[in-house]
Design a protein around this ligand. Sequence first.
Ligand code: BES
Ligand code: MN
Ligand code: ZN
Length: 494
Amino acid sequence: MQIRIVQDAPLSARTEALVVPIFEGTPLDGTSKEVDAAAGSAISEALAAGEIKGKFGETILAYAKDRPFRRVLAIGLGESAKFETPLLARYAAIAVRSLGRRNVTTFAIALPKQAEVDAAATASFVAEGAIAGSFETTVYQTSPEKKIAVSTIDLLAGGLDAKALERGAARGTILGEAVNFARRLAITPANDMTPAILAEQATSAAKSASLEIDVLDEERARKEGMGSFLSVAQGSVQPPKFIVMRYNGDPGSKELLALVGKGITFDSGGISIKPAERMEEMKYDMSGGAAVIATMSALGQLKPKINVVGIVPATENMPGGKATKPGDIVKAMNGKTIEVINTDAEGRLVLADGLCYAAKLGATKIIDVATLTGAVVIALGHAAAALVSNDDAFAKDFLAVAKPAGERFWQLPYYDDYTAQMKSDIADLKNTGGRAAGTLTAAAFLRAFVENTPWIHLDIAGTAYLDGESAWQAKGPTAIPVRSFVALAESLST
Ligand code: BES
Ligand code: MN
Ligand code: ZN
């Protein structure tokens, strides 16, 4: 997908469709008003008839006779007073999905006047949203019903600074592609996304983005003392891969941000096996890892001045003959012993060694991200991911960049009580703490592997993939928190 910044006046845009915004309860103005007049009042009549109100995501498509643009698509952006720049990503995505499914290959898109506040951010959201909107979930279908045909978008600059728009569009393109990369890794079924294939994908991404990469195999992981990670892998015939990607954007600095993503390419639960219902969704259990790999790929292209290491312990969780049994005790890289009460609480076991390895590499800040607990769906549903941290200032900085990036996180508390719940009678820790506060006992477990390094834990079990599609988003993987990770790296860039 190509996003071009064009200086054309909207009415002379020579294209297959012209996209304009409308707001609920606000009379048409600016470009939308001009275009409405040129298209025989198609929009204002639909509004007057109550066919649309301008609510977010509503659309009206009309043919514009004898105009250089053949169609007009008006898209509702909701109440004008509630407008926020990240909504432009959805605006562009709705245009791509609705026009693309009608075989439109190219369209021009006008911006609302609120976009004037920040031209670069505006273009970034449009590009990111357009690319994310084009994501196809039908790659395995032999003859998919409706492909999204859009290949080129002309962003009408209006009066905005063209240089800033170009810069924003370039960033948004890289980000949108990273988002789709993470989604493609996540949606690919486990037979085609084994730990080895995930490592190959990371390797080729590293090559294209000039990143360093190191993939530790089972033998090296054993030498490193990653007994917790390997205890999850031992029930599977697929060899585990411990993926380490490195972006050195600030070689003079000792600061190192570590992103650690859960890379369970399939979670059957192991010996504590899951029920059959919806088990197929457990191909998504490497969504955190996918987000880390895709973020690294974006950073290699965006080149912020910061050092980042991406760590993805990748393995299947299977109940093979050599599988870990409930009651087994394993040892993590930092020497701590763990009683495995439930083999389905495997994410924290692989992350434990991932966090230890981040510390070994000298991480000065650590964020882990994982589809870790069903309990987070009970707490927050699919509306927000949970955030737990040992450092309120770091959490605050992350939340401050995540929101304007268009992703939702909600901070949950860390109390010593949760750590107490994870004490084992026989080992240093156990891997489950009972039903109460399942998301927080999981976080308390992880905290035992980060010592005092500022750390954030993100539980994306409720937000990594969605059950239904919307006007702007395909059903399935969301790529959370790629947008926030990229925004954080940029904000830490010196
Ligand atoms: N991968 C699951 C968590 C999950 C559940 C992700 C639903 C997405 C949707 C994780 O490995 C798991 O099985 N967690 C257990 C932990 C429990 C055994 C302490 C859970 O949440 O039930
Ligand atoms: Mn599990
Ligand atoms: Zn899992």
